[in-house]
Structures are given as structure tokens and as C-alpha cells.
Design a protein around this ligand. Structure first.
Ligand SMILES: Nc1ncnc2c1ncn2[C@@H]1O[C@H](COP(=O)(O)OP(=O)(O)O)[C@@H](O)[C@H]1O
Ligand SMILES: [Mg+2]
Length: 265
């Protein structure tokens, strides 16, 4: 059997606290191919961020393994860049400096200062933020901060881009704009993306596959929905597309059925 580019294999995760153990994930396995855009959706607290953090190398799995491009993931690394819901820009650095810092860290030895400058600008261009190079995070909007966070992640040339509800804190219009930008970037660069979301439309619009997680404790992958919609995708046209609507209702049904389980418990 040939391995996927990113391979999550039989991952279990329990958190031990004094006297009690919470089993968060049980036997989670998922293969992601190079260039694929995967969304993970599930009810709050089911373990989505825990799974993403294990792939990022920020959290250790209790058992099981994550392999990326043939290598074992056991610590954080620039080949797995993460964008969180709340931007993690350094407040004392400008937009340019925030991205440049990451570029220096990853390419400090391999590229000249001029090349690193160009590369910093190129990635800020991708998210249309070159108009605000000298602004500090406190001087730009939430959507802009997320765009800078995405530029910083992309600038590291990660093998996989990990997005944990990247648009979750944004208003609907800003979110739509950023979704379109991320789709455009994915089309241009062909990145491999693992994105957590709780927005069903966002998942269907962006993904090649939607991974649906069951409720915790001991969450697993319940179903996977393949989104067989051609790209480029345009949200306005998709509203009435039968494939779009079928995927959307499959995911909604999965979540709704489990919502009732939560209420009954
Ligand atoms: N460091 C930790 N220590 C103990 N429990 C944790 C820790 N991180 C997460 N959990 C628990 O794991 C479960 C899943 O959390 P999380 O992965 O953040 O869920 P989601 O992202 O799906 O909302 C929750 O019950 C949470 O309380
Ligand atoms: Mg989370």
C-alpha cells in the first residue's frame, strides 16, 4: 500500500489530570494527498484542535503516528505552518516584520537578504496586504490580521498548511472575502491544506473532502464527504448546484443527528 503524503495513523489521545483521564481521540486515521484541501468539521469540544495540534507537532499523540512526506512528525516544524483563529502576530512588529521574521527563521541560511525581502513581499501580495507593510497589528482589522497570519504561514513554504478555524472570529463578509482568497491561493500554489471549521458552507465551498468527527469523548472520524465540484468554484453559482446542496445536507445531517445526541445525554 502506498502511503498518503500526510498520513494520520491510528491516533489516540488522552489527557491525564490528577485522578482522571479524558479520552479525546480514539483510532483516528486519515490520509491526505499532496495538493488536497481537507476540512475537519465536528461539534465544539470533540477534539478537532487536538488533532490539528498533533499534526502540527505541538501535542503528542498517546499512541499512533503522523507521517508527512515519509517523515515522522514528533515536534513542530516549518513544514507544518499553523494559522489559529486568533491571530498570533507579534504586536510590536509591523506587518512586514512579522512575515519577515518567519522568512528569516526558515530561509536565513539558504537565501540572501534581498531574496528574503522579495519573498516577504511576494507572500504579502498573495493576501493583498502590501498597502499596510508598516502598520502594526493594533492598527489593522481582524480580517487583515488573519491575512498577515496566512501570508506568514505561506512564506514558510510548508508542506501542509494547518488552519484552525481561521475565519471563525470574522464577520460574514470578511469571511467570504478571505475564503475566496484562500481558494485563489490554493489554486495558484497547490498547497496541501488541513482546515478546521464549524461552518458547513465554508467546508463545502473550499474542500476536496470533508471529514466529519463524532462527538467526544473518544471522538473518531464518522463520515467523509467527497466534494466533487469543479474548480474554480464561485459561491454565487454554487447556491443552486445539486452536488453542492447534496454535500451541504449530508454534513448538516451528520452534525444535526449528533447534536440531538448531545441534548439527549
Ligand atoms: N491540554 C489539555 N488538557 C486537558 N484537556 C484538554 C486539553 N486540551 C484539550 N482538552 C480537552 O479535549 C477535548 C477536545 O478539545 P479540542 O480539541 O479543543 O476540541 P475542538 O477543537 O473540537 O473544539 C475537550 O474536552 C477539551 O477540554
Ligand atoms: Mg478547536
Amino acid at each position: 500500500m502506498t502511503k498518503s503524503y500526510l498520513s494520520i495513523e491510528q491516533v489516540d489521545k488522552s489527557f491525564a489530570r490528577t485522578g482522571s483521564t479524558t479520552e479525546v481521540l480514539r483510532k483516528v486515521s486519515l490520509g491526505v494527498e499532496k495538493g488536497e484541501f481537507i476540512s475537519i468539521i465536528g461539534h465544539s469540544g470533540c477534539g478537532k484542535s487536538t488533532l490539528l495540534n498533533i499534526v502540527a507537532g505541538l501535542t503528542d499523540a498517546t499512541s499512533g503516528a503522523v507521517l508527512l512526506d515519509g517523515g515522522l512528525v514528533d515536534s513542530p516544524g516549518p513544514d507544518r505552518a499553523v494559522v489559529f483563529q486568533n491571530h498570533s502576530l507579534l504586536p510590536w512588529l509591523t506587518v512586514y516584520e512579522n512575515v519577515r521574521l518567519a522568512v528569516n527563521k526558515v530561509f536565513g541560511r539558504s537565501r540572501s537578504a534581498a531574496e528574503r525581502h522579495e519573498w516577504t513581499l511576494r507572500n504579502l501580495e498573495l493576501v493583498q496586504m502590501t498597502h499596510a507593510l508598516d502598520k502594526r497589528p493594533s492598527e489593522i482589522s481582524g480580517g487583515m490580521k488573519q491575512r498577515v497570519g496566512i501570508a506568514r504561514a505561506l512564506a514558510m513554504e510548508p508542506k501542509v498548511l494547518l488552519l484552525d478555524e481561521p475565519f471563525g472570529a470574522l464577520d460574514a463578509l470578511t469571511r467570504a472575502h478571505l475564503q475566496d482568497q484562500v481558494m485563489q491561493i490554493h489554486a495558484t500554489l497547490g498547497n496541501t491544506v488541513l482546515m478546521i471549521t464549524h461552518d458547513v458552507d465554508e467546508a463545502v465551498l473550499l474542500s476536496d473532502r470533508i471529514v466529519m468527527m463524532t462527538n467526544g469523548p473518544a471522538a473518531r472520524i464518522g463520515e467523509i464527504c467527497e466534494v466533487r465540484l469543479p474548480r474554480p468554484r464561485r459561491r454565487v453559482e454554487l447556491v443552486s448546484d445539486p452536488t453542492y446542496l447534496r454535500c451541504r445536507s449530508a454534513v448538516l445531517k451528520f452534525l444535526y443527528d449528533r447534536h440531538r445526541l448531545v441534548e439527549a445525554a
